[in-house]
Every structure is written in structure tokens, then in C-alpha cells.
Design a protein around this ligand. Structure first.
Ligand SMILES: Cc1ncc(COP(=O)(O)O)c(C=O)c1O
Length: 394
């Protein structure tokens, strides 16, 4: 028998016969049929536009080679963001198991009530050290980090100036804040400068917002120019480093390092633990202590969502230990990239990205599983046939 509190209201008031069950919930049939029509229309549009997303079911761990359900064949996986091949690394798995034993499955609490453990603080310190920043705040995902930053930091007196192709989570985060909003065309520095001029008198703080690496186009933000402009017009710079942290730049410190900018030149960095850094889940903001203090007080996804589970914290923490040990993972990515590109050429594929196309050439990073395998298929098609940096969509 159902406990009283979850008995549907319509049963309690004796109207069960006029309602019907759908998806195990009680719905008013007329209201539901109206909603169903809208849903069906949406689904049809998605299907007609050819953007229906099918999910392939992996039967096992993430890796360069995987098995998928209903197939006996081994599949080469080009689609993950497992850049360093660490999501199934034995030491990473062991660390997660150990944390499960010592710290439990989860906290059943948000951080500020009773959800902060020693391992959360340790991981935040490791991340801050890795990036050479004052402090770090963990989130359940980078989506949350992006959703929680702008609203907490900016007011209507401020302005946010954002690259048109920034990730969806940045777009949503900016929507939530009350700052004046400007969007410059993808990597268009002239337009960025126009907005910086335009907001000189109307905004107190100007924040330039960009992905470090744009994963869908395989190109890199012109960060040196952006920091020059920020210096010239006294603006702040934020970058999302989800597709850079851990493997981009000489020691994997990301886009700032790739451009040889001094550590700390970028004011705020958001990144994910769900790609190169173990691939489990989690995200973070790293930057000046005052900002991190403010986020702990005001950032809604941090305040009102459960703490990162200990095994997830432990996987990321182990990855930072592995990266601190030596630079071999980062170097292997570069070696594998070269091997893959050369082998693809030898196999007769036309790889258009040449020395002329510096940014895309640098961004065709391949993770360092035992064998060299590539990034996402969408990125591959761009790198190998439609390099956006050279506008060659042949
Ligand atoms: C550029 C960028 N930012 C943010 C995110 C969100 O990261 P997470 O998976 O940690 O929520 C992603 C994930 O796809 C991303 O590519």
C-alpha cells in the first residue's frame, strides 16, 4: 500500500475516475492531451530537422576501445573528452574505491550546511595550486560553475561581453545575471573593442567572457589580444577551460600557458573535472580569494545543490597528483596527435590543417590511452575536412 503522503491528491478527494495514470502519475486528461500535442510537435520537429540524438550504450569502461550493447565488435571511440585517458586509469579507480570506504557514498547535504569534508578542501587547494590562483570553489559540474558565477558577481551597473560561440552553460549563466549584455561575433576582436569602448562610461566592471578552446570548431580564443584589450580598457577576463585544462599548453595549464601569458593574467577560470581530469563529474571556479569567498556566500548552484560525492572528489584529486608527478600525460597527447595525423595521412585521408593553421593544428589533441585515438567525431570532421580557422569548408 502507498504511504499516505505519496497517494495522488485525486485519489484522496475521490476523483480517481476522472483522471488517468500516465507515466505513473495522475494527470487531468484534458490538460495532459494538450501538453502531449505540444510535446509530440516538438519531437516531430527535432526528428524532421535531423537533430534527433540517439544514445549508444557502452557496456563497460570509457576508453579508446569500447564495447557497445548489442554488438560483439570492439569499437574505436572518437567521441569522448577523455583527453588524457585517465577516466579508467587504475590509480584513479583505486582512489575512488578508497574514498568510498573512508568517506562514504555522499554527504546528503550542501557544502555550507554539513557537506564539506577534508577531501573537498584538499581538492580545492590542489586546483588553486595547479592554476597558480589564490582559491578555488567546487561545483557539481562546470555547467553549475558557469550558471553560478555571473549572477553572484555582476549587477546592472556592470557589463558582460561574451563570444557568440561560448558554451550553452555560459549563455545560460549570463542570462541569469542582471548586468548589461553584449555578444561579439566569434573571435572578432574589433567588435570586442567596440563594446569595450561603448561601455567605458556606462559600466563599472566589464567582464570579457570566452571559452579558451572552442570544442565544436576546434579553434582557440585569441587570448593575447583579449588580455591586451582588457589592459587597455581596464576590463576583467573570464575563460572556460573545459577543453584545455590538463592537456593544453606545455604542461597542461591551459590556454593562458599556451599563449605564454604570465600565470594569473586571466582573472577568472572555470573548468570541469568531467573531461580530462578523470571524467567523473564536477566543476570549479578558480581565481582571487575575495571572489571565491563571495561565491561561497551567494552562488546559487553551490548553495542549493548537494556536495560532490567523495569517490568523485577522489578521482579528480588523484588526477592532479598524477599530473604533478611528471609531464608524461601531456607529452603523450602531443605524440599521439602526431602519430594519429601521420597515420591518417598515410591511410589516404586528406588532413587539411597545415602549418598555416596554427590554432586548429594545436587543438587536434588526442588522448593518451594505450593507442592513439581522437577527440570527437564532429571535431575530427572539422579538423580533417573543414578547418574553421582557414574557412575551408571543402
Ligand atoms: C566549454 C564547456 N563548458 C562547460 C561545460 C559543462 O561541463 P560539465 O560537464 O562539467 O557540466 C562543457 C561540457 O560539455 C563544455 O564543453
Amino acid at each position: 500500500m502507498l504511504p499516505m503522503k505519496i497517494v495522488p491528491t485525486c485519489w484522496k478527494i475521490g476523483l480517481a475516475s476522472t483522471f488517468r495514470w500516465s507515466n505513473s502519475q495522475c494527470r487531468h486528461s484534458n490538460a495532459w492531451s494538450v501538453a502531449q500535442k505540444t510535446i509530440d510537435g516538438n519531437l516531430k520537429t527535432i526528428n524532421d530537422e535531423g537533430t534527433w540524438k540517439k544514445e549508444r550504450i557502452i557496456a563497460g569502461k570509457q576508453g579508446a576501445h569500447i564495447r557497445v550493447q548489442n554488438s560483439d565488435r570492439r569499437v574505436i571511440n572518437f567521441c569522448a573528452n577523455n583527453y588524457l585517458g585517465l577516466s579508467s586509469h587504475p590509480e584513479v579507480i583505486e582512489a575512488a574505491i578508497e574514498a568510498l570506504k573512508t568517506h562514504g557514498a555522499g554527504l546528503s547535504s550542501v557544502r555550507f550546511i554539513c557537506g564539506t569534508q577534508d577531501i573537498h578542501k584538499e581538492l580545492e587547494e590542489k586546483i588553486a595550486k595547479f592554476h597558480g590562483r589564490e582559491d578555488t570553489i567546487l561545483y557539481a559540474s562546470c555547467f553549475d560553475a558557469n550558471a553560478g558565477l555571473f549572477e553572484a558577481m555582476l549587477t546592472p551597473d556592470d557589463a558582460v561581453i561574451s563570444d557568440q560561440l561560448n558554451h550553452a552553460s555560459i549563455i545560460d549563466g549570463i542570462r541569469l545575471c542582471k548586468a548589461q549584455k553584449f555578444r561579439y561575433s566569434h573571435r572578432d576582436m574589433a567588435q570586442l573593442e567596440d563594446y569595450l569602448k561603448q561601455t567605458q562610461k556606462t559600466a563599472r566592471t566589464r567582464l570579457i567572457v570566452t571559452d579558451g578552446v572552442f570544442s565544436m570548431d576546434g579553434n582557440v580564443t585569441p587570448l593575447s589580444t583579449i588580455t591586451d584589450l582588457a589592459d587597455k580598457y581596464d576590463a576583467l577576463v573570464f575563460i572556460d577551460e573545459c577543453h584545455a585544462t590538463g592537456f593544453f599548453g606545455k604542461t597542461g595549464r591551459g590556454t593562458e600557458e599556451y599563449f605564454n601569458l604570465p600565470t594569473g593574467k586571466i582573472d577568472i577560470i572555470n573548468s570541469t573535472l568531467g573531461k580530462a581530469l578523470g571524467g567523473a563529474a564536477g566543476g570549479y571556479t578558480t581565481g582571487p580569494k575575495g571572489l571565491i569567498d563571495l561565491l561561497r556566500q551567494k552562488s546559487r548552484p553551490y548553495l542549493f545543490s548537494n556536495s560532490l560525492p567523495p569517490p568523485v572528489v577522489a578521482t579528480a584529486s588523484k588526477v592532479f597528483d598524477l599530473l604533478a608527478r611528471d609531464n608524461s600525460f601531456v607529452e603523450k597527447v602531443a605524440d599521439n596527435t602526431k602519430l594519429f595525423r601521420d597515420s591518417m595521412k598515410d591511410a589516404g585521408f586528406n588532413i587539411l590543417v597545415s602549418n598555416r593553421h596554427k590554432t586548429a593544428k594545436k587543438i587536434d589533441h588526442f588522448y593518451s590511452g594505450n593507442k592513439s585515438i581522437g577527440r570527437s567525431t564532429s571535431d575530427m570532421s572539422r579538423l580533417c575536412g573543414r578547418c574553421s580557422s582557414c574557412n575551408n569548408y571543402g
